[in-house]
Write a protein that binds this ligand. Sequence first.
Ligand code: ACO
Length: 331
Amino acid sequence: MCNHKNAGILSVGSAVPDKVLSNADLEKMVDTNDEWIRTMTGISERRIASEGEATSDYATKAAKVALDRAGIDPSEIDLIIVATVTSDMQYPATASIVQNALGCKNAAAFDLGAGCSGWVYSLAAANSFIKSGMYNHVLVIGADLLTRVTNWTDRTTCCLFGDGAGAAVVGPVGEGEGLLGFELGSDGSGANALCIPAGGSRQPITHEAIDAHMDKTHMEGREVFKFAVKIQGEATERVLAKVGLTVSDIDMVIPHQANIRIIDSAVQRLGLAQDKFFVNIHKYGNTSAASIPLALNEAVEEGKIKKGDTVVTVGFGAGLTWASGVMKWVY
Ligand code: ACO
């Protein structure tokens, strides 16, 4: 047991498949075109995992980068949380598979399912574990292979999704820095707006379900879009108010990369300069729980975030859920 501490991100890392699926490639698979996809979503290409690979492979790769950068031995990790909606198997938790692959022999491990909000939910959980004194170092991973659950005959959804993983080592930091506050929420009345209908306890897999693509992502695009536009701005404003900051204090927003028009709506609502929103959706599409840590890692690698910056992460997704967090960057 440790004493109460402030927690912060000590390092980040990410991993994506090498294989690229471009909009031109998609044009050969469904009735769509590059211009529609880029204009309506902002996506030019996405990464696709190869046959035989699993979510834990990318989660492990991303975590290794983060561990190396933090200079932390795997044995020092107390807990691994993997935010995912595409676990390697129905059970056990992908986090346990990652724990074994990394050799984090002293770590507890569990998965967290909150759709694309999952990584920020997991960061909030890690913060609480460290603040309470229960743990010192937590690996917070967001990893999804959404293309494994994509209906490639549905042009309204198949152009949106991609595969990848992002990770952070979270540990004790000094007073006034690191994770400052969170705003988490859920509106379960929207559960059916974004879901995989079959394969769970309500509707086990049958041949008929597979023929009807019910083992793949089903999305009410317009409904999710409206929810996202509203909640993204609200969740950002609420988390800032909780910690006594305002929009003008923000140095960088790392939004969930679902649709460039959703991100642009937040730029408008918050009245911030466009370059305060980090965007990499054109390269990866929507990678679900991986999207925010993947973007955060790129922003850090590109030198767009520096020590002392106020960084906001904000996501929304299946549930329907939302999550925002604000932090003072520590390195
Ligand atoms: N190529 C060409 N035309 C298309 C395509 C396509 N890929 N997809 C749809 N269209 C057509 C439709 O058929 C329709 O044509 P019609 O007017 O002749 O009927 C027209 O384009 C408009 O289609 P809509 O589906 O109504 O378009 P919408 O404006 O809703 O945009 C989109 C679709 C981009 C999917 C949007 O709804 C969206 O981004 N929704 C939110 C997605 C999202 O953020 N999801 C979060 C996921 S989070 C998680 O947890 C996974």
